[in-house]
Design a protein around this ligand. Structure first.
Ligand code: AGP
Length: 600
C-alpha cells in the first residue's frame, strides 16, 4: 500500500530523510515513488518503478532542496503505475504538492467541477483533486492552511494527506481512516504512514487521530482539531529501534524474521504467565467473561484466528473466526456480551478495521479487543482493549513471526476467558516453545526439501484440527512468495474434490503430530495421496507412523498438541522461503502485494 514520509528540518538533510524514509516504506509494497521540496520554489521528482530509479533521477536533478518536503510510495488504485500517476501531485501553477494514501470516493464529481472551472489534470488519480482544490482557495485569497482545511471538507473516503506549498515553510497533514504518525526530533519534525520510515531519526512519536490536523515546521509541530483548536497530544516512545528494522546480515527480512521467532515468543509471554500455577495474568484481559468470541481478520491473521477460535471452543467458549472482508457485509449475529477480537499484525488492515467498526457502531456495547503487533495502530486505539503480541517490527510482506506470536497470544486469551484443565502443562509448553523453535531452526532440512521440490507444478498442504490453519498458512506462504500454485485443506477434505489434482508432480505436505484420532485419520489421507503417486512430505513429531508413507520428513520436537502447530508452521515457512529463494523471487516484496492493506 502507499506510504507517506515528510520532514521539516534542515535544508541540507530533508531530501536525504525523504529518500531514506521511502526505503523504510518499501516493504509496504509500491510501484512508483516521488518527492517534493519547498524552498520558496516547489521542486518535484517522481518515477515509476523502484526507488533506485527515483534516487538516480534526484541525483540528476538540480534545485531539489528545501527545509520541508514530502515523499510517497504509490501502490496503484486509480490509474496504472507511471511517472504521471506517481505522487506528489501538484496544481496547475505548481504552487502546492500533495501526497495521499487511501481512496477519495467522490473524486470524479470534484474533478469534473474543477475541470469546468479551467483546471488541467495530469494524472488518472483520485488524489490529484486535492492540490487543485487547494489552488482554487489560494486564488480566492485564503492562507495555505485555510485552503488545505477547506479542501479536506470536500473529500469523502479514506485518506492520509500531506501537503507543502511554495510559499510556506510548513507541511500540513490530516487523516481519515488511514494511518499517519508524527516523529518528534530535536531539530526536525517528521511525518509518516508508518514508524519505520523515520525510525533512523527518532523514536518519539505522536499518533494522529481521524479528523486531526498536523502542522510541521523545522523542529516544531502542532496538532489541532477540525475547528483549528490546538490539541494537547502526548508523545509516546516506540520500543522498536532502527536495528530491529534492518536486515542484520540476512539475505531477506523474511529469513531474519523467521529466525527472530524464539525471541518474539519469549517476549509475548514475558511477565504474563506463571509457570508454577499455570496462571495467565494479562492486564488487558482482566475480568473478561464473554458469552462468545468472534475473531475478525485477514490472510495470515485469519489463519491464526481459525486456530484461536478452535482453542476457545475446546475450552468451552462458543467461538468463530470470520474473514474481515466478509464480516461487514455478511453481518453475522453477535450474541449479547460477546467479545469481538480483531487480529491484525499491522492494526491497519482496512477490512479488519471496517469489521470492528460495524460492531462498535452497532450501539450494543459489544466489547472489542485488538490483537496486534503495533502499539498505537488504529485497531489498538479504536478497540476497547488491546493485546499486544510483541513480535517486534515485521518488514517482510509475508507474515511469519507474527503468526507464531498470534498463536501464543490466542492461548493467553483462551486462558483468560476460560479456566483450563491442563493450564500448567500448556504454560510449560508455551515456555518451552521458544527453545524448540530455535532447535528446529538450527536443524531444519527445509532447504533440502525445497531443493527437491522446487520444480513441482504445485503444492498441497493438509492437516486436521489445530493443524488445519497451519495447512492453510503453509499454502498461503508458498503461493505468496513463490508465485506457484499452492492449496491448503483440512486433510479429510482432500478426497472431496482436490484429490483430482493430485499427481506425481504435486507434493503434499502433511502435518501430523501425536497419535490420536486426528493423526490416525491424517495418516489415512497420506496413504490416499501416496497411492496416487504424489510425494508426501511429513511434517511430524514422529509419534504416528506418517513417516512410513513419506518421501521426505521435516521433524518437529514433541510438545503439547496446542503448541505443535507453531513448530510445524516454522518448517513450512522455511520451505516456502527456500523455494522462493531458489526461484529468485522478490521474497520481501512479492509482486502485487502490500504489507499493510489499507483499502477495502
Ligand atoms: C500474509 O503473509 C500476508 N502478508 C497477509 O495475508 C496479511 O496477513 C493480511 O493482509 C493481514 O494483515 P494484518 O495482520 O496486518 O491485518
Amino acid at each position: 500500500m502507499c506510504g507517506i514520509i515528510g520532514c521539516a528540518g534542515r535544508a541540507d538533510e530533508t531530501l536525504d530523510v525523504l529518500l531514506t524514509g521511502l526505503e523504510g516504506l518499501e516493504y509496504r509494497g509500491y510501484d512508483s515513488a516521488g518527492v517534493a521540496l519547498s524552498n520558496g520554489d516547489l521542486s518535484v521528482c517522481k518515477r515509476e518503478g523502484e526507488i533506485e530509479r527515483l534516487q538516480r533521477a534526484v541525483g540528476d536533478a538540480s534545485g531539489l532542496d528545501g527545509r520541508v518536503g514530502i515523499g510517497h510510495t504509490r501502490w496503484s488504485t486509480h490509474g496504472p503505475p507511471s511517472d504521471q500517476n506517481a505522487h506528489p501531485h501538484t496544481d496547475c501553477a505548481d504552487e502546492v504538492a500533495v501526497v495521499h494514501n487511501g481512496i477519495i470516493e467522490n473524486y470524479a464529481d470534484i474533478r469534473a467541477e474543477l475541470v469546468e472551472r479551467g483546471h488541467d489534470f495530469d494524472s488518472d488519480t483520485d488524489s490529484e483533486v486535492v492540490p487543485h482544490l487547494i489552488e482554487d482557495s489560494l486564488a480566492g485569497g485564503k492562507s495555505f492552511e485555510d485552503a488545505f482545511r477547506g479542501a479536506i471538507t470536500r473529500l469523502e473516503g479514506s485518506y492520509a494527506l500531506a501537503a507543502v506549498s511554495r510559499d510556506s515553510e510548513a507541511i500540513l497533514a490530516t487523516r481519515q481512516d488511514s494511518p499517519l504518525v508524527l516523529g518528534v526530533g530535536d531539530e526536525a519534525a517528521y511525518l509518516a504512514s508508518d514508524v519505520p520510515a523515520f525510525l533512523d531519526y527518532t523514536d518519539r512519536v505522536v499518533y494522529l487521530e481521524d479528523g486531526e490536523f498536523a502542522r510541521l515546521e523545522s523542529g516544531s509541530w502542532t496538532v489541532s482539531d477540525s475547528e483549528g483548536r490546538l490539541l494537547d497530544k502526548s508523545v509516546a516512545q516506540v520500543e522498536w529501534n532502527a536495528e530491529e528494522t534492518a536486515k542484520s546480515g540476512y539475505d531477506h527480512y523474511m529469513l531474519k524474521e523467521i529466525h527472530e521467532q524464539p525471541r518474539a515468543l519469549r517476549k509475548c509471554l514475558r511477565s504474563r504467565v506463571d509457570e508454577l500455577t499455570g496462571t495467565v495474568d494479562v492486564a488487558a484481559l482482566a475480568d473478561l467473561n464473554p458469552s462468545a468470541v468472534q475473531f475478525v481478520a485477514a490472510g495470515t491473521s485469519y489463519h491464526a484466528s481459525l486456530y484461536g477460535a478452535q482453542l476457545l471452543r475446546d475450552a468451552g467458549v462458543p467461538a468463530q473466526a470470520f474473514l474481515s472482508s466478509e464480516y461487514a457485509t455478511a453481518r453475522p449475529p453477535v450474541p449479547d456480551d460477546a467479545l469481538v477480537v480483531g487480529v491484525s499484525q499491522s492494526g491497519e488492515t482496512a477490512d479488519t478495521l471496517s469489521a470492528l467498526r460495524t460492531v462498535q457502531d452497532s450501539g450494543r456495547g459489544i466489547e472489542t479487543l485488538a490483537m496486534t503487533n503495533v502499539v498505537g495502530s488504529t485497531a489498538a486505539r479504536e478497540c476497547d482493549r488491546e493485546l499486544l503480541i510483541r513480535a517486534g517490527p515485521e518488514i517482510g510482506v509475508a507474515a511469519t513471526k507474527t503468526f507464531s506470536s498470534q498463536v501464543v497470544a490466542a492461548n493467553l486469551l483462551s486462558a483468560a476467558v476460560s479456566p483450563q484443565v491442563d493450564a500448567r502443562e500448556v504454560v510449560q509448553a508455551l515456555r518451552d516453545l521458544s527453545g524448540q523453535v530455535q532447535e528446529l531452526l538450527d536443524s531444519s532440512r527445509a532447504e533440502e526439501v525445497a531443493e527437491q521440490f522446487v520444480d513441482s507444478e504445485g503444492y498441497f498442504f493438509i492437516g486436521r484440527g489445530y493443524h488445519h490453519p497451519v495447512a492453510l498458512e503453509g499454502a498461503l506462504k508458498m503461493k505468496e512468495i513463490t508465485y506457484k500454485h499452492a492449496e491448503g485443506f483440512p486433510a479429510g477434505e482432500l478426497k472431496h474434490g482436490p484429490l483430482a489434482l493430485v499427481t506425481a508432480e504435486t507434493p503434499v505436505f502433511a502435518v501430523v503430530t501425536g497419535d490420536g484420532e486426528k493423526a490416525t485419520k491424517t495418516v489415512g489421507n497420506v496413504k490416499e495421496v501416496e497411492a496416487r503417486d504424489a510425494s508426501v512430505v511429513a511434517v511430524t513429531d514422529g509419534v504416528s507412523d506418517a513417516e512410513r508413507y513419506a518421501e521426505e520428513v521435516l521433524e518437529i520436537p514433541e510438545t503439547h498438541p496446542r503448541v505443535a502447530p507453531v513448530l510445524a508452521n516454522v518448517q513450512l515457512q522455511l520451505v516456502a522461503y527456500h523455494v522462493a529463494d531458489k526461484l529468485g523471487r522478490s521474497i520481501d516484496k512479492p509482486r502485487n502485494l502490500a504489507k499493510s492493506v489499507t483499502v477495502e
